[in-house]
Design a protein around this ligand. Sequence first.
Ligand code: AMP
Ligand code: GLY
Length: 427
Amino acid sequence: MKILVLGAGAREHALVWRLAADPDVTAVVAAPGNPGIAGQARTRPVDLTRPAEVLALARSEAVDLTVVGPEAPLELGLADVFRQEGLPIVGPGRLGAALECSKVHSKRFMARQGIPTARFAVCDTLDAALAEVAAHPFDAPLVIKADGLAAGKGVVIADTREAAEAAVRAAMVDGAFGTAGSRLVIEACLTGPEVSAFYLCDGHRAIDLSTAQDHKRIFDDDRGPNTGGMGAFSPSPLVTPDLAAFTRARVVEPVLAGMREAGEPYIGFLYVSLMLTETGPQVIEFNVRFGDPEAQVVLPRLDGPFARTLLAAAEGRLEDDALTSAPDCCVGVVLASRGYPASFDPGRAIEGLEAAGQAPGALVFHAGTRERDGQVVTAGGRVLTVVGRAPTFADAMARAYAAVDRVRFEGMQYRRDIGRKALTRVT
Ligand code: AMP
Ligand code: GLY
């Protein structure tokens, strides 16, 4: 099989790495890819915001399957275009993508399907939003979310009435999130640990791809601003067999049923983000693609014919237990550039990549890197994900950080506590 992987981050590097090691795969093409990906795939330039250009690439490369990394091309209808043309692709169409890309759509879908999620109101006007804030007693914070994609910045957890009003005005009057903020979801604040569960869906069935926990804040002990994710581990020790069964029955099956009823059977990865509250698990959000950095810790644990199973998903013929997850543990540490998450510091030479990749039980996935005169340099906020794999979390952490110690670039920052929650089960 020849496979096209779309995207340019560490998530896509992990996908390419896993596919390149698959005996059924003869070649991987990645577009646009990055210097790390170029070690395992042929990279081709492409503008992922132009579905016709991506289709032309898949055709000219004569690939058997296309796998989409990020959500943005899915929101633009890339998978619909491929399916209309009869080309197999892993990723939902526009309607499925709206489960991630529109919070209003996603919350209404959950309400319709009886999927447990925080109580919410949809506000189309400033007056409606302010009335919603006025009605809240502030015995607990209020959560204000921009409807559309806002680069992870569209969620405000307001502790006071003043903060909530300010958030509403910022979105609806000042346009802080652009058009993404012209409609808001205002919802109850939940508390509890967050876990993520991953599935591969073929429109009718879903198979488990294990679980993970992300670390969204920039600094140790979950302090500082939110980021795209500073590290993750897999599996999550908080996901018991009962919780997995609950998630399948109360979340995943209703998503599949709801999407079939809506006329677009859901094909692709489904990422369910859950908060484990005192009154039970609640869905915080869906993502319609793999997580980053979660893919980097989930995929190395995945055993079985990955490429064949992805094609089966794209063609609506998944079989139960096609893939299993090894019982070992993965810990992935994101190495970020100086200034991240507000900005980044490009062009810094990265040393020790080869040595890190050769450290025992370690894997190095590239994200924001670029090649300049034969030297790999920084080119993004999140630069690398370094993964340690071992039978226990303690050893996986030790392996990840031993490999991290071999990498150097000016301004490199990373968390020292990725995986610690899995050791102590403190959430
Ligand atoms: P989202 O973009 O919906 O995933 O939200 C980003 C982050 O905000 C989540 O990962 C949660 O940590 C937090 N969050 C979102 N919704 C809620 C909620 N209803 N209660 C508490 N925290 C929330
Ligand atoms: N790690 C969070 C995400 O991929 O959205």
